[in-house]
Design a protein around this ligand. Structure first.
Ligand SMILES: [Fe+2]
Ligand SMILES: [Fe+2]
Length: 199
């Protein structure tokens, strides 16, 4: 089964800056994503994107919302229509006149699957957070106190264990860091305390 999108241009440039309202985004999120684990993953990635946009990129309110929305909706179709991931959510957001940058970020969050390269910093950070966030969360679930006391060393150890969260591609994580021009250690240290607050 191929998830290749077969195109590289998404949305209409006339929709620059147009986003769903918070209410609309939440409504879509809850209608499409029924699995609580996937909901949590998407909320975690949304929060990481929001924090990174604000703290590291110093973006304005509107752009912070853009990053957050890409994170919140990137896997929206994965629960009910995995064979149409991420084609279906992109088409839905295109029909709703959402900013092309949000669509491109969603389309490139798995370039090996969808055939769309991450280009902007938002694309690259979504790609980077996606896999690493999942591995760190899986690690929290096997620790007696969850995120409490979790550190860089522990996460790096899990990364080295090929059997731990074996579906999380270590190559993708390294590739994402290189593309985003950030150090893996910095990214892990950024994620741990922030993700710990998303429940
Ligand atoms: Fe995905
Ligand atoms: Fe994801």
């Amino acid at each position: 089964m191929s998830l290749l999108l077969g195109r590289n241009v998404f949305g209409n440039p006339a929709n620059n800056g147009k986003l769903l309202s918070e209410e609309e985004a939440n409504e879509l999120f809850h209608a499409w994503v029924l699995n609580p684990r996937l909901q949590l993953h998407m909320k975690q990635v949304a929060y990481l994107m929001k924090c990174w946009a604000a703290e590291k990129e110093n973006l304005n309110e509107e752009n912070i919302r853009k990053w957050e929305m890409a994170g919140l909706l990137h896997d929206a179709d994965w629960d009910q229509w995995p064979d149409q991931h991420c084609k279906k959510i992109i088409e839905e957001l295109e029909n709703r006149n959402v900013d092309p940058e949000v669509l491109h970020a969603i389309a490139s969050h798995g370039h090996l699957h969808f055939g769309v390269e991450p280009e902007t910093q938002m694309d690259k950070m979504l790609y980077a957070f996606d896999e690493l966030s999942g591995l760190i969360h899986a690690y929290s679930l096997m620790r007696p106190n969850g995120y409490e006391g979790m550190d860089l060393k522990g996460v790096k150890k899990r990364l080295k264990e090929k059997t731990f969260s074996a579906n999380v591609s270590r190559d993708d994580i390294n590739d994402a860091c290189t593309r985003a021009n950030i150090q893996l250690d910095d990214l892990i240290n950024f994620i741990i305390p922030r993700q710990a607050t998303v429940v």
